[in-house]
Design a protein around this ligand. Structure first.
Ligand SMILES: Nc1nc2c(ncn2[C@@H]2O[C@H](COP(=O)(O)OP(=O)(O)O)[C@@H](O)[C@H]2O)c(=O)[nH]1
Ligand SMILES: [Mg+2]
Length: 246
């Protein structure tokens, strides 16, 4: 593992749908010690896969069998072989140089390291006022219904120990994936650390997210998970804010 700063092996899972123009930038930010990159292609009609393979020999490519970012990530997680799985976006909004902070949170004791744009050290150049408001409301509802103290619900930069995949038991298709992960991680009693993260603007192309449609999917997920948890008593995780320097 050459000069890897961590004993654990690290897989980076990147869902990508028509991101050929952004991948050179994204891959350039990945630390050299990352053990494995899994690109999950959403049946791109541009040359996402060819560009990715040319940029990164040894890249693993998974062609998703269903639709949506959630389906892509679930299939990418299943294919990843690292001890730690980090999920980032392929549009240039998540900076691979932050991966070390996520992995550090995990090696220091967290089970699940959750990116947050809304803690000191975090930020966003990408989020619109509408999405910011929606995210704030959905975060509040999640905290009320699930006993969490999250500062950011719908953010695509997270990392976790791969052996917790069974506890997460992910089963969704779309952009509600991050919400489902955050709620299930808490309900499973995982130790969760929020990691400050700065979201950059998508470089080329347009977002695939539709605020109202996907906001409602997130809301339905929050409510369904509450109903699901209502019968047996389950543990509530506490979110340990990370005071880390970043
Ligand atoms: N494989 C795959 N990737 C997707 C899909 N939808 C979105 N993505 C990827 O997920 C990441 C985030 O999507 P994006 O459209 O930027 O949404 P936003 O960041 O919430 O505005 C990007 O890397 C997209 O290429 C999908 O259906 N399949
Ligand atoms: Mg994006």
């Amino acid at each position: 593992m050459n000069s890897a700063p961590f004993a654990a092996s690290v897989s980076v899972v990147v869902p990508a749908m028509n991101e050929a123009a952004n991948l050179p930038h994204v891959f350039a930010t990945l630390p050299g010690w990352v053990d494995e990159v899994v690109l999950v292609d959403g049946n791109s009609t541009d040359d996402t896969v060819a560009v990715a393979k040319a940029l990164r020999p040894g890249l693993r490519v998974v062609t998703q069998t269903g639709r949506g970012k959630g389906n892509a990530l679930i299939e990418g997680f299943a294919a990843a072989t690292g001890d730690i799985i980090v999920m980032i976006d392929a549009d240039g909004s998540t900076d691979g140089r932050e991966i070390a902070a996520f992995v550090t949170a995990l090696t220091e004791g967290a089970d699940f390291a959750k990116g947050s744009r809304f803690v000191p050290g975090g930020g966003s150049d990408d989020i619109s006022p509408t999405r910011s408001l929606g995210n704030r409301v959905l975060t509040l509802i999640t905290n009320r219904l699930h006993g969490t103290r999250y500062t950011d619900l719908c953010y695509g930069y997270n990392a976790f120990w791969a052996h917790h995949l069974d506890a997460l038991a992910l089963d969704c298709d779309g952009f509600e994936i991050e919400t489902l992960m955050n709620v299930r991680a808490a309900r499973a009693g995982l130790v969760i650390s929020e990691v400050p993260s700065h979201e950059r603007s998508r470089i080329h192309g347009a977002s695939n997210l539709h605020a109202v449609r996907d906001g409602l999917r997130v809301l339905r997920t929050i409510l369904r998970e509450r109903r699901r948890a209502a019968s047996p008593q389950r543990e509530h995780a506490s979110v340990r804010p990370r005071a880390a320097s970043m």
